[in-house]
Design a protein around this ligand. Structure first.
Ligand code: FES
Ligand code: FE2
Length: 451
């Protein structure tokens, strides 16, 4: 494979090789064209469930939702529902099903319970999974209930403010399988952040079409032309990590190299300056100076607010580190906020998925301290973190109010899905701006080929 002439963007050429910012050594994933049946076939969908979803670490939720003992949330994926809860002995997970006759146990998606009571015959279970009480126990032959049937556990681990589950009986170590360098997620202190918005909307394509669209910035100029003034969509650093993980660093606060005007401090850049605590009226630089001004402004503000930003590089203060965790997650990492998006398969239809997004804010009292505009937080959203908002659910027909950028994506997904179905389409052709897609598919195919 000859990659000699393909340009490679590096955000900070001076970044030490062992740093989180450094361009990772390339991984040769070949140039093969993959089949397209994985986007429509129910057999393929079933294979993904058996070989992949039930045999991998998945992000079930965030530590912010499990602050107190008894706090729990449900993680629903395809036909499974899993209770994730904080017990006296740490975070645990169980299938949301009663040991007696299999009724679903818990229905509210979040809450605090020390005891789960089954709605069918009122057996009850402690939140550590142990059986608490069998109704009319004396009416059972002792051998039927000899093992004191409790809830069936699911492997569960908390890391960097994120809660992972794995449906395998003896899963491999989470930190090894994550693939990201040590310290990568920890840097953002997601464990101290609060959920300020949570939306689960249904989109009209296979879940992989969703992952793919968010794993590249190649489509920005065409689908999100309004980002041209403020995002370096072409000079994006793409990095591949083991086990399907990947990252793209999208420089923000500078016009796209595709833009003709590289000097005017346009409206979008003015907003970004303001968000960094800089008055755009008094700004004397050109568009080319904005990104650096944002970095400086945020560092100064951090000092004022008593926040330790020494752990962040300048680039981390301005840019989006969009971080992909196999199979179905991307986290937009910023010092102020994290945008956790999960692409969850539909229960039955390979041509639909759930786009589940959580906006997490680092709680700071400063009126300008806000998540980047691309996260699409509706105006007036309470970003203080004092109240955990309910999850908003939207069907495929409803507008999820995700903001301009994300609704452009949701409009596009079914168009791609439908087009790929055509007899005239032979499978995707990926460029190097789409190397994360190939990396994802190599890992997916590897998983599906397992015994
Ligand atoms: S099914 Fe739960 S108590 Fe009977
Ligand atoms: Fe997009």
């Amino acid at each position: 494979m000859n990659t000699q002439t393909i340009p490679v963007a590096i955000i900070n050429p001076d970044a030490p090789p062992e740093s989180l910012e450094a361009k990772q050594p390339p991984i040769d994933n070949g140039t093969e064209r993959y089949g397209k049946e994985g986007y429509f076939s129910r057999d393929y969908m079933a294979r993904e469930w058996q070989k992949m979803w039930t045999r991998t670490w998945l992000i079930a939720g965030v530590s912010a939702d499990l602050q107190e003992v008894g706090d729990y949330f449900l993680f629903d994926i395809s036909q499974e529902s899993i209770i994730v809860t904080r017990t006296e002995e740490g975070v645990k997970a169980f299938y949301n099903v009663c040991a007696h006759r299999g009724s679903k146990l818990v229905f509210e998606e979040r809450g605090n319970k020390k005891v789960f009571v089954c709605p069918f015959h009122s057996w009850s279970f402690h939140n550590n999974g142990e059986l608490r009480r069998i109704t009319d126990e004396e009416t059972f032959h002792p051998e039927v209930i000899a093992q004191r049937p409790g809830l069936t556990p699911v492997a569960c681990e908390e890391h960097a403010g994120i809660v992972f589950i794995n449906m395998q009986d003896s899963p491999p170590p989470l930190l090894e399988m994550l693939g990201l360098p040590q310290g990568y997620l920890e840097t953002y202190r997601i464990d101290e952040m609060k959920v300020v918005r949570h939306v689960r909307s249904e989109w009209g394509s296979n879940w992989k079409v969703g992952v793919e669209a968010f794993y590249e910035s190649y489509h920005l100029h065409a689908v999100h032309p309004e980002t041209r003034g403020v995002m370096g969509d072409l000079n994006v650093q793409y990095d591949l990590y083991p086990h399907g993980a990947s990252r793209m660093i999208v420089p923000l606060g500078q016009p796209s190299p595709r833009a003709h005007d590289q000097t005017t401090v346009n409206e979008g850049l003015q907003i970004m300056l303001r968000d960094a605590g800089i008055d755009p009226e008094g700004f004397t630089g050109t568009a080319a100076d904005v990104r650096q001004a944002i970095q400086k402004g945020k560092r100064e503000r951090a000092k004022r607010l008593g926040l330790d930003y020494s752990r962040f590089t300048d680039g981390q203060l301005s840019d989006s580190w969009a971080t992909g965790i196999f199979p179905n997650v991307q986290i937009g990492c910023h010092p102020e906020a994290a945008f956790l998006m999960r692409f969850l398969p539909h229960e039955t239809d390979p041509e639909r998925f759930y786009y589940d997004t959580m906006t997490l804010m680092f709680p700071v009292e400063d009126p300008n301290y806000c998540p980047p505009g691309w996260m699409g937080l509706p105006e007036g959203t309470d970003v203080s973190g004092s109240v955990r908002p309910q999850t908003e659910h939207y069907t495929i027909e409803e507008d999820a109010n995700l903001g301009q950028v994300l609704s452009q994506d949701s409009t596009l997904m079914p168009i791609v899905q439908q087009g790929m179905r055509s007899r005239g389409f032979k499978g995707q052709l990926w460029g190097e701006q789409e190397q994360r897609l190939r990396h994802f598919h190599v890992e997916l195919e590897r998983r599906l080929a397992q015994d």
